[in-house]
Design a protein around this ligand. Structure first.
Ligand SMILES: [Zn+2]
Length: 292
C-alpha cells in the first residue's frame, strides 16, 4: 500500500480516502485517464480534496456511484456538476419517501459542522439507474455495479473482477455491526458476496483491507450474526413474544465486532421482528430511525 496525502492506494486501480466522520470511505477507481468516484464526501473540503486528487492524477471524472440514499453518502455530486451519477433504481423511491428526512438530517449535520452555504443543498438525482446490475467501462477496466440490499433497500456494491476488489457499501465493517434494515435481504446479499473472490475489501465505514483471512472473518462473523438474529426472532415470533420480550431474548447475542452502543443491535431486532411477522404498530427499528 502506498499513501498519497490522505489517499491510500489499495489496488492498482483503486484509491481510498477516509473521513474522520464515521470513518467514512470514499473511493476513486482510475484507469486510462478516467475516474469513477464512489460516495465522494462527506465534508466540502473532503470532496475538494477528492477533486484535486483526480486532477493531480491527470484523470477526468466519468461517473459517480452513490451506493445508497443515506445522507452521509449523497453529499458529493453537487461538487461535480455534469458528471453522471449512478444509483440503484430504488434510490429514487427512497428519495420520494424520505427526502424531507434526508434534508433534515443534512441540515442538522451542516449546522453542527458550521457549514455555510451560498445555495441550498439539493439531493442528487441519478443519471443512470439499474435493476439487478450494470457494467461501467472505465478506461481499460470494467466495474460491475450490483444491487446489494439489506442495509438499505437501494444499496449497491461495486466489484472489479480482475483484481477481486469489492466496494461493499455499508457492509463488512470492522467497526460497525451490520445495520440490517432487512435481515432476509442482508443475509442473501452476504451469501452472494461469499461466492465472489475478494482480495481487497472496502466497507463504507471502517478499515479497508487486503488481508484475505480478515475479509473471510468479517464475512463469516456478519453472516453468523444475521443467522442468529433471524433464528432468535423467528422463534420469538412463533412463541407469540412481544417486541420487548424479543429484544430481551436477543440481548445476550454475540456481536460480530466490538460495539459499545447497544442501539444498532436493538434496532436490528426491531426491524427483524416486523419483517418476520411480529405484530408492530407504526414504524420500528431502522424504519423509525428516519424520523428520529
Ligand atoms: Zn448507510
Amino acid at each position: 500500500m502506498r499513501t498519497s496525502s490522505q489517499f491510500t492506494q489499495l489496488t492498482s486501480h483503486l484509491w481510498v480516502m477516509q473521513s474522520a466522520l464515521f470513518a467514512t470511505n470514499s473511493g476513486v477507481f482510475l484507469s486510462g485517464g478516467e475516474a469513477c468516484l464512489i460516495d465522494p464526501g462527506i465534508a466540502p473540503e473532503t470532496v475538494g480534496d477528492i477533486a484535486r486528487f483526480v486532477a493531480d492524477q491527470g484523470a477526468t471524472p466519468r461517473a459517480i456511484v452513490l451506493t445508497h440514499a443515506h445522507w452521509d453518502h449523497v453529499m458529493g455530486p453537487e461538487h461535480f456538476p455534469g458528471v453522471p451519477v449512478i444509483a440503484h433504481n430504488g434510490y429514487m423511491r427512497v428519495l420520494r419517501e424520505h427526502s424531507a428526512d434526508l434534508y433534515r438530517q443534512i441540515d442538522v449535520w451542516e449546522a453542527q459542522a458550521h457549514i455555510c452555504r451560498m445555495c441550498p443543498f439539493m439531493l442528487p438525482k441519478p443519471t443512470y439507474t439499474f435493476d439487478t446490475a450494470m457494467t461501467l467501462t472505465l478506461g481499460d477496466i470494467r466495474l460491475r455495479i450490483f444491487h446489494a440490499p439489506g442495509h438499505a433497500p437501494d444499496q449497491c456494491a461495486v466489484y472489479h473482477t480482475e483484481s477481486g476488489t469489492l466496494w461493499a457499501a455499508d457492509m463488512l465493517s470492522d467497526s460497525e455491526i451490520p445495520f440490517a434494515y432487512s435481515v432476509n435481504a442482508y443475509a442473501e446479499t452476504l451469501a452472494y458476496l461469499a461466492t465472489l473472490d475478494i482480495y481487497a475489501l472496502i466497507p463504507g465505514h471502517g478499515a479497508p483491507t487486503t488481508d484475505v483471512a480478515e475479509i473471510q472473518r468479517r464475512l463469516a462473523a456478519d453472516r453468523a450474526y444475521l443467522a442468529e438474529l433471524r433464528a432468535r426472532v423467528t422463534a420469538a415470533v412463533a412463541m407469540g413474544q412481544t417486541l420487548a420480550e424479543t429484544i430481551a431474548a436477543c440481548a445476550d447475542m454475540p456481536l460480530p465486532c466490538p460495539c459499545d452502543d447497544p442501539t444498532p443491535h436493538i434496532w436490528n431486532v426491531e426491524s427483524a421482528y416486523a419483517e418476520l411477522g411480529g405484530p408492530v404498530e407504526g414504524a420500528v427499528g431502522w424504519e423509525r430511525e428516519w424520523t428520529r
